[in-house]
Design a protein around this ligand. Structure first.
Ligand code: NAP
Length: 369
C-alpha cells in the first residue's frame, strides 16, 4: 500500500532519486527552478540535505538524533547556542532518568547525542522556509545560505512575552531581564522584582533568591497558575514577598541608566504605588517563533502551528515539533516526544518519495499505509 501523505497545497512531490553516501544515506538531487532571492537575501551558497531542522532546542536536537539514526543527511540550523529554553532553566527536575540536571548540561548532552548519529549543526538565522514548485523546500538564512531538502522540521520554540511598558526596552540588559540563569548573578544582594504567576515566574523567583536578598513576586491576580509544587516553594521561601493584584506600569532608572524603581497599578483598587528594585525579571509567557512559516501554514488563534498526529503541518513534508506546536502542555518531555514522531514521520515521508510510491493526497489527517 502506498504511504499517504497529508496535503492541501496541491504541490507536486520532489524528485528524490540521488546517490547513496558511504554510510547508505540518500543524497537528494533537487533542482529548484525558482530563484531564491525573494527575501532580498543574496544567496551565496547552496547546501543539500535530506532533513533540515530549524532550531536547536530539545525538540530540534532530539529530531536530529532520530533523523541521524535513520541515516538521513541532517542539518540543524540555530541562531544561538544549542539548548533553547533549557538555557533559561537552571535545574531540570522532571526529565525521566535525571532527578536533577542543569539545563545547559542537558542541552550539551542532547547536542552530543545528535552529533554522534551524524547530525550537523550550523549557526545561522533562518529568514524563510518555503516549498518550491518542484515540491522541495528552500530554507534561507540571512547570511545568504540556501538549504534545499525534501523535508523540513521546524522546532524554533518561542520568544518571551514583553510587558510593553515604558522603560522596558530602554532598560533591557540594564536591569530588565528575561533569563534568570543568564543574569541572576548580576543581582547578588540586590532587591529585585519578578513579574508573572506561572511556572516560569514562581520557579525563577525561587532561583533568583540564590543571589538577591529580596524578590518581589508580582502577579496581576490573587492566585498563581503555577504548579502547586512551584507555588509551595515560592511561598515557603523567606526571601520572596508575593505582591498580588498588581501590574507594572513603568520601569524607571537612575542617572547611570540602570533600573532603580517600578511603578505599579493595583488591578482591584486602581491605587498606584512604587517599589525600589534594581532588577526586573519578566516571565509572563512566550509566543511561538513561527514567523518563517506562519503566513502559509495552518495555525491556531494564538499563532501555534497545527499539526496532525505525525507532527506534519498543513504542508506535506513540513513538520513541526516542540513549543511552537499547538498542544496542551509544553515541557522538555513533550518536545522530545513531538520530535521523535516528527523525525520518524519525516523518514517515512522520504522513503515514500524515494521509492516512488504514490503519495496519495488526503486531508490533514496523517499517514495511512
Ligand atoms: P504561563 O504559564 O503562560 O504564565 C504566564 C503568567 O504571566 C500568568 O500568570 C499570567 O497571568 C501572567 N501574565 C501574562 N501576561 C501578563 C502581563 N501583560 N502582565 C502581567 N502578567 C502577565 O507562562 P510561563 O510561566 O512562561 O510558562 C510557559 C509554559 O512553560 C507553561 O506550559 C509552563 O508549564 C512551562 N514551564 C514549566 C516549568 C517547569 O515545569 N519547571 C518552568 C517554566 C515553564 P494570568 O495567570 O493572570 O493569566
Amino acid at each position: 500500500m502506498p504511504l499517504t501523505v497529508a496535503s492541501n497545497s496541491g504541490a507536486p512531490s520532489p524528485s528524490y532519486g540521488g546517490d547513496r553516501t558511504p554510510h547508505g544515506a540518500v543524497v537528494c538531487v533537487l533542482r529548484p527552478e525558482e530563484p531564491a532571492d525573494s527575501q532580498g537575501i543574496n544567496v551565496e551558497t547552496t547546501q543539500e540535505y535530506e532533513v533540515v531542522i530549524v532550531g536547536a532546542g530539545p525538540a530540534g536536537m532530539c529530531a536530529a538524533m532520530y533523523a541521524g539514526r535513520s541515516m538521513l543527511r541532517t542539518v540543524v540550523i540555530e541562531r544561538g547556542a544549542s539548548g533553547g529554553e533549557l538555557l533559561n532553566t537552571e535545574l531540570i527536575e522532571d526529565y525521566p532518568g535525571f532527578e536533577s540536571i542543569e539545563g545547559w548540561d542537558l542541552a550539551q548532552r542532547f547536542e552530543a547525542h545528535a552529533r554522534k548519529f551524524g547530525a550537523e549543526f550550523v549557526q545561522g538565522t533562518v529568514a524563510s522556509v518555503r516549498k518550491l514548485d518542484d515540491g522541495s523546500f528552500e530554507t534561507l538564512t540571512d547570511d545568504g545560505t540556501r538549504y534545499l531538502s525534501p523535508a523540513v522540521i521546524v522546532t524554533a520554540g518561542g520568544t518571551p512575552v514583553k510587558l510593553n511598558v515604558p522603560g522596558e526596552a530602554e532598560y533591557a540588559g540594564k536591569g530588565v531581564s528575561y533569563c534568570g540563569i543568564c543574569d541572576g548573578a548580576f543581582f547578588r544582594n540586590h532587591t529585585i522584582a519578578v513579574i508573572g504567576g506561572g511556572d516560569a515566574a514562581t520557579e525563577e523567583a525561587d532561583f533568583l533568591t540564590r543571589y538577591a536578598d529580596k524578590v518581589y513576586l508580582i502577579h496581576r491576580r490573587d492566585q498563581f497558575r503555577a504548579s502547586k509544587l512551584l507555588q509551595k516553594r515560592a511561598f515557603e521561601n523567606p526571601k520572596i514577598e508575593v505582591v498580588w493584584n498588581k501590574v507594572v506600569e513603568r520601569i524607571s532608572g537612575d542617572e547611570n541608566g540602570l533600573v532603580n524603581r517600578i511603578s505599579l497599578l493595583d488591578t482591584v483598587t486602581s491605587e498606584q504605588s512604587e517599589l525600589d528594585v534594581t532588577g526586573v525579571f519578566v516571565f509572563i509567557g512566550f509566543r511561538p517563533n513561527t514567523g518563517v512559516i506562519a503566513d502559509h501554514v495552518e495555525h491556531d488563534e494564538m499563532g501555534y502551528i497545527v499539526t496532525d498526529t505525525s507532527m506534519q503541518t498543513s504542508i506535506p513534508g513540513l513538520f513541526a515539533a516542540g513549543d511552537l506546536r499547538a498542544q496542551l502542555v509544553r515541557q522538555v518531555t513533550t518536545a522530545v516526544g513531538d520530535a521523535t514522531t516528527a523525525a520518524m514521520a519525516a523518514e517515512k515521508y522520504l522513503t515514500a518519495l524515494r521509492d516512488g510510491e504514490a503519495v496519495v493526497i488526503e486531508g490533514h489527517g496523517g499517514y495511512t499505509v
